[in-house]
Design a protein around this ligand. Structure first.
Ligand code: NDP
Ligand code: 8X3
Length: 249
């Protein structure tokens, strides 16, 4: 199951899992995009490769309804890719929009732990499963305007580690993938649909692609059962750390 499969990393990850012969539940809010993906993948890999699940991950009610509505062939989830997420705004903390902060927390934190909490018991019962979270380098390194977004990804990092601690002995695997700059609809969402501003983020550089992230997800998922990939942090070659900033008077 891949959340946020209507765009970017999630969409490519769903394509890769289907390409590897797996059935995939694709979840996101934009149903039409998921239906288009289903048509593409069912045609390429066989009927009923994909099950479309229109879902807002912030809604516990919708997740509960999903859990009871999955057809039998899709009801035992082997891999959950907690990818749905977003950044909103890049203003300094004292100017940031509080509603943006609420939405990031609701999606990136609450959505991720709700999905995990609902799907995990079945995995534990079957002694088989892998939770793959999509964190970010923003959870590791501070940057101006990263405020609440980076903090939500720091949650994802520590939640992943704590899941590992809780799940020791269950055979369930947990991984955090921490990408750097990658070109998807991420910046378009961050800048509220301002395409020029979004394009500027990637102009003149060679960012990661959604395919690069899907490759990392698939690689982690395909390791032998006794191998748990805790973390993969990846950046484009054209991105690195800058010096610490100093305010000189
Ligand atoms: P996109 O904007 O291209 O994709 C985001 C996906 O999340 C969409 O499919 C969207 O679907 C889904 N989504 C957002 N809110 C919800 C919700 N409430 N319920 C269900 N689905 C939701 O961005 P990316 O592919 O880049 O982002 C994927 C993940 O990767 C995010 O968690 C992001 O924080 C993280 N990330 C991105 C990086 C980048 O530079 N691109 C780098 C590091 C991490 P819909 O709108 O249809 O619901
Ligand atoms: C997305 C990467 O650096 O834009 O998580 O925050 S960054």
């Amino acid at each position: 199951m891949v959340t946020g499969a209507s765009s970017g990393f999630g969409l490519e990850t769903a394509r890769r899992f289907a390409g590897e012969g797996h059935r995939v539940i694709v979840a996101a809010r934009r149903k039409e995009r998921l239906e288009t993906l289903k048509r593409e993948l069912d045609e390429e890999f066989g009927r009923d490769t994909v099950f479309v699940m229109p879902l807002d991950v912030t809604s516990e009610e919708q997740i509960d309804a999903m859990m009871t509505s999955l057809p039998e062939a899709f009801s035992e989830i082997d891999v959950l890719v907690n990818n749905a997420g977003l950044a909103l705004g890049l203003e300094p903390a004292h100017e940031a929009n509080l509603d943006d902060w609420h939405r990031m927390v609701d999606t990136n934190i609450k959505g991720l732990y709700l999905m995990t909490r609902k799907i995990l018991p079945g995995m534990v019962e079957r002694r088989h499963g892998h939770i793959i979270n999509i964190g970010s380098i923003a959870g590791n390194y501070a940057y101006p305007g990263g405020n609440a977004y980076g903090a939500t990804k720091a949650f994802v990092k520590q939640f992943t580690r704590n899941l590992r601690a809780d799940l020791l002995g269950t055979r369930i695997r947990v991984t955090n993938i921490e990408p750097g700059l990658a070109e998807t609809e991420f910046s378009l969402v961050r800048f509220d649909g301002d395409k020029n501003k979004a394009d500027d983020v990637y102009k003149g550089t060679e960012p990661l692609t959604a395919e690069d992230i899907a490759e990392a997800v698939i690689w982690a998922a395909q390791q032998p059962q006794h191998v748990n990939i805790n973390t993969i942090e990846l950046m484009p070659t054209s991105q690195a750390w800058a010096a610490l900033a100093i305010d000189k008077i």
